[in-house]
Design a protein. Structure first.
Ligand SMILES: Nc1ncnc2c1ncn2[C@@H]1O[C@H](COP(=O)(O)OP(=O)(O)O)[C@@H](O)[C@H]1O
Ligand SMILES: [Mg+2]
Length: 370
C-alpha cells in the first residue's frame, strides 16, 4: 500500500520505447487528422459542435459520479425545473461548460499556463458544492485518492507532498511549452502528470480532461480546441484509473501512453462519425424546414434549434430574429405538425412553450432519449 507521498518524475520523460510507440502514434495522428478535416468542412462549427460540447461536460462529470444526463442539462437550459436532488449535479455540468468556454477564449490570447488552469478551476468550482474546495487555488495540504472516507493509511494513491508541488507544477507548465514532443504523446503525458500531481483539493479529473483538447489545439493537432475523450474514458474507467496508478506504482508510463493513444484512435473515429451525423442532420433539417414553412426565417430557425436543442418559444423567436411573436409561433406549430420538432411543454399565459429537436439530442447522446 502506498502511504508515502509519490515523487513525481520530471518531464520530459527520459526513456520511452519509441519503436513500439511509433506505429500507434502514426495511427492516432492520422485518425485525429481525419476528424479535424471534418471539423474544417463544417458550415457552422460553433453551432454544430455545441451539443457535443455539452455532452462532454456531462460525460467528464459522470466519470466522477455526477448523475446529470444530457437531456436534463438541455432542459434545464430551457428553463424546465429539475427535481431538487438533481440540481447540484446539473450546476456542476453547467459550470464545466462555462469553464471550457473560458479556457478556449483564453487560449487565443495566451499559451496554456498554471494561471489559466487556476482561473478555469475557479469557474468550475463556483457555487454550492465547490465552495469549500478552494476554487482557483493550488492545495497546501497532503491529499490522497481512495475509497470515500478512507484514511491516508488505506489510500490507493498519495500525490506529491505540498512542499514539492510548486516545483513539480512549474516543470509541468514548462513541459506544455515543449514543441519537440509528438502532440498526442505530449497530451497523454501532460494529462497523467496533472492527475499525479493532483494540485487541487477537488476537480483534478475534470480539469485534466478539459486540458486534453487544449493541448492538442495549442500544438496545432486540431484547428479548434474540440476533441473529447470522456466517452472512452468513462466506458474504460477502471483501466483508466489502473493505468494511472501503474505509472506511480511501477513506473509504467509506456502502458499509460499506449492506453491513451488507443483512446485517441477510438474517439477520433467515433467523434468523426458523430459529427458527420450531426452535419447530415443539419443539412436535412435545412431542406425540410424550408419545405415545410417556405419562410425566410427557416435557416435561422434551424440554427436556433442546433444552438439550443431544447428551447423556449421566446428564445427561439429572439435567436432566429423573428419580428413578431405570431410568425414565430406559426412556424413552431408548422414544424411540430410536420413532426420535425417536439413540444416539451405547453405554453400558458406568460409561461412560454418549450420545444425540442429530438433527433439532435439522440445522435449526440448516442441513444434514443426523446
Ligand atoms: N492512481 C491515480 N493516480 C493519479 N490520478 C488518478 C488515479 N486514479 C484516478 N486518478 C484521477 O483522479 C481523478 C479524480 O480526482 P478529483 O480531484 O476527484 O477530480 P474530480 O473532482 O474532477 O472528480 C480521476 O478522474 C482520475 O483522472
Ligand atoms: Mg472529485
Amino acid at each position: 500500500m502506498p502511504m508515502e507521498p509519490c515523487q513525481p518524475d520530471a518531464l520530459p520523460l527520459a526513456d520511452l520505447d519509441w519503436r513500439r510507440l511509433l506505429p500507434l502514434v502514426g495511427r492516432a495522428n492520422a485518425a485525429l487528422a481525419r476528424y479535424d478535416g471534418m471539423l474544417q468542412t463544417l458550415p457552422n462549427p460553433a453551432v454544430l459542435l455545441s451539443p457535443i460540447t455539452v455532452n462532454e461536460a456531462v460525460l467528464s462529470s459522470r466519470i466522477e459520479g455526477t448523475q446529470a444526463t444530457l437531456d436534463e442539462v438541455l432542459e434545464f437550459d430551457a428553463g424546465i425545473e429539475a427535481p431538487e436532488n438533481r440540481r447540484g449535479d446539473i450546476e456542476e455540468v453547467t459550470n464545466y461548460r462555462v469553464a471550457v468556454q473560458i479556457a478556449e477564449a483564453e487560449l487565443d490570447r495566451r499559451p496554456l499556463s498554471l494561471s489559466l488552469v487556476k482561473s478555469v478551476h475557479q469557474r468550475l468550482m463556483q457555487g454550492v458544492r465547490g465552495r469549500d474546495k478552494a476554487p482557483g487555488a493550488f492545495r497546501e495540504d497532503q491529499n490522497w485518492i481512495g475509497r470515500p472516507g478512507a484514511p491516508l493509511e488505506r489510500a490507493r494513491f498519495v500525490p506529491p507532498s505540498p512542499i514539492l508541488l510548486p516545483q513539480a507544477l512549474e516543470n509541468w507548465e514548462a513541459y506544455l511549452g515543449n514543441q519537440e514532443e509528438d502532440p498526442i504523446i505530449q497530451t497523454a503525458i501532460s494529462h497523467a502528470q496533472f492527475e499525479i500531481l493532483h494540485p487541487f483539493k477537488d476537480g483534478n479529473g475534470r480539469i485534466g480532461r478539459m486540458l486534453i483538447p487544449l493541448v492538442l489545439y495549442q500544438r496545432r493537432a486540431l484547428s479548434r480546441p474540440m476533441f473529447y475523450l470522456s466517452e472512452y474514458l468513462e466506458a474504460h474507467r477502471d483501466e483508466y484509473y489502473d493505468r494511472l496508478l501503474a505509472i506511480t506504482d511501477d513506473g509504467d508510463w509506456q502502458g499509460w501512453i499506449e492506453f491513451f493513444v488507443m483512446a485517441v484512435v477510438a474517439q477520433a473515429e467515433g467523434n468523426l462519425e458523430k459529427v458527420r451525423r450531426i452535419r447530415d442532420l443539419y443539412e436535412e433539417m435545412r431542406r425540410r424546414f424550408v419545405d415545410v414553412t417556405h419562410s425566410q426565417y427557416a435557416m435561422a430557425a434551424v440554427d436556433a434549434f442546433f444552438a439550443r436543442p431544447v428551447i423556449r418559444a421566446t428564445d427561439f423567436r429572439r435567436l432566429a430574429g423573428f419580428n413578431t411573436r405570431v410568425t414565430a409561433n406559426n412556424m413552431l406549430r408548422q414544424l411540430e405538425a410536420a413532426g420535425l420538432i417536439q413540444r416539451m411543454r405547453e405554453g400558458a399565459g406568460r409561461i412560454s412553450a418549450i420545444y425540442a429537436l429530438p433527433e439532435l439530442i439522440n445522435i449526440t447522446e448516442g441513444r434514443a432519449v426523446l
